[in-house]
Design a binder for this molecule. Structure first.
Ligand code: AMP
Length: 490
């Protein structure tokens, strides 16, 4: 049933469970794999570590997965010729600090008594380790260390008859934040976790009316599809030739969408839960300016993530906006570098000072977040070296004091600068004349009319508040050594 073409295999093992990713699926389209590759390309910012597509011609499934970028894996016509069919699902995997092996690259595929099934997901299951242990005890043989495989085994052992019922049975057992896409011979299925922490949207191809599922609307634009709607928190959609069927196994829970998607993760041209990400970032910047402006000559974004917020800040405060830092686009995100040493170098590789805009000026630098503090420290130093008279750092998120267990790759709590230091200490550590973060209420004011509902916050903001809306893993979750003892070599 399965034709499998493998890309390069990495060394070592990735036993890190959480992954922030991009997913894309299409039903009924002449060149489904090519459309999926385009969609994944638009979602490249959600994951650069590995990518995969599984297509189906209605009978057989075809897969190609590889390490690296979408363009590296799906520009070869021979690869695309090996992915025939009118339906496909694809996945971009986010960089984590561990090494990646091909067996972890999604979508995963398995043959069941009901036929083939390909699954990809974005997010993190907080009970994956416990479920995995129980499944292994029952005799399930795991091939990978990714959470998606937990879904595969839960579906395999489910006593329900249809694949949709088996998938729902699996969803009822997992705890976590996820957006999931699955492809069978009968249907394309999408699901969002009960709180809708991770995004998933439905679109329709302009040409033939085929259906698209994607992490973000920017993936619809590139394939010529129209936005239909967000998949709702806890909703399962089953798409086949009869159309879209919606199932609510969890009722209609109130969502807690990830606020960090607005702050940093999503592409600015995407629309999430009815709000344009670009405009949202500008409003956050304006609110930041209202809360913490200081006398300055110029507002400078830390590119690219700080740009919309800096525009909003500058407009609100009536200070000129200038590109005082230039980004080299031909290096990856500093975050993907595995060691502190390389990470430090990475910032220098990525940014350079535009001296003409900085020399002798009082500079407000705007970035979206401080995680470890590496970027801010380097940028402040660079701006000072370029002759700035004063450097004031403004951050368009509240201090990141807690790790994310729901799919955003954050380091353990001890490595978060804001978990260990006051704002004044952080200002000192990054070498800024002043430092301010937007308040949590200011952030909500920018995003929701009426601001934050303290009793029932509208978003998941655990990274800033420690209010974790989904049970977080116990300490043993981080002990993944039992998961896989195999190290693959090239
Ligand atoms: P750090 O240098 O560790 O303080 O990280 C902060 C920088 O990394 C900011 O410029 C952010 O734009 C960026 N950033 C924040 N969160 C993430 C993330 N989860 N993945 C990649 N980059 C991030």
């Amino acid at each position: 049933m399965m034709h499998h073409a493998a890309g390069p295999v990495g060394t070592g093992d990735d036993d890190k469970l959480h992954e922030e990713c991009g997913v894309f699926g299409v039903w009924d389209c002449a060149d489904a794999a090519a459309v999926t590759a385009l969609g994944l390309h638009a979602l490249q910012h959600r994951g650069q570590e590995a990518t995969g597509i599984v297509s189906s011609d209605g009978t057989r499934f075809h897969s190609h997965r590889g390490l690296g970028l979408v363009g590296d894996n799906f520009s070869d016509p021979r690869v695309m010729a090996g992915l025939p069919g009118g339906r496909a699902v694809g996945h971009n995997r986010y960089a984590t600090t561990g090494e990646t092996v091909l067996r972890n690259v999604q979508p995963l595929y398995a043959d069941f008594e009901f036929g083939g099934l390909a699954v990809g997901h974005n997010g993190n299951l907080t009970n994956a380790t416990a479920l995995r242990r129980a499944l292994v005890r029952r005799g399930c043989l795991f091939q990978s260390t990714t959470d998606s495989e937990v879904f595969i085994h839960l579906i395999a052992i489910s006593l329900y008859a249809t694949v949709t019922d088996r998938l729902i049975d699996a969803l009822k057992q997992v705890i976590g934040a996820y957006s999931l896409i699955a492809l069978t011979n009968e249907a394309l299925i999408g699901a969002r976790d009960p709180l809708g922490v991770r995004p998933l949207i439905l679109g329709r191809l302009a040409g033939n009316g085929g259906w698209v599922l994607a992490s973000e609307t920017c993936a619809l634009d590139i394939v010529g599809a129209d936005f239909v709607r967000d998949i709702e928190p806890g909703e399962v959609v089953v798409i086949d030739d009869a159309g879209v069927r919606s199932i609510r196994p969890f009722g209609r829970p109130r969502g807690r969408f990830c606020v960090f998607e607005y702050i940093y993760f999503a592409r600015p041209d995407s629309v999430m839960e009815g709000a344009g990400v670009y405009e949202a970032r500008k409003r956050i910047g304006a609110e930041l300016g209202r809360e913490s402006h200081v006398a300055a000559d110029v507002v400078v974004p830390v590119p690219d993530s700080g740009v919309p917020a800096a525009m909003g800040y500058a407009a609100e405060c009536g200070v000129p906006f200038e590109l005082g830092i230039i980004r080299n686009h031909y290096v990856g995100r500093t975050f993907i570098e595995p060691t502190d040493h390389i990470r430090n170098l990475g910032v220098k590789l990525k940014h350079s000072a535009n001296r003409a805009m900085l020399e002798g000026r009082r500079v407000v630098l705007v970035d979206d977040s401080i995680v470890r503090g590496t970027t801010s420290r380097k940028i402040v130093e660079m701006v000072r070296q370029a002759g700035a008279a004063e450097v004031h750092m403004r951050i368009s998120s509240p201090p990141t004091t807690h790790s994310c267990f729901y799919g955003i790759d954050t380091p353990e709590r001890g490595k978060l600068l804001a978990a260990r230091h006051t704002v004044a200490e952080m200002a000192e550590l990054i070498g800024a004349d002043s430092l301010a973060f937007i308040s949590i209420d200011g952030l909500y004011r920018a995003l929701k009319q009426g601001g934050r509902n303290a009793e029932a916050p509208q978003y998941c903001d655990a990274c800033f508040t420690g209010d974790y809306p989904i049970p977080v893993p116990d300490a043993s979750h981080n002990d993944n050594r039992q998961l896989s003892l195999l190290t693959e070599s090239r």
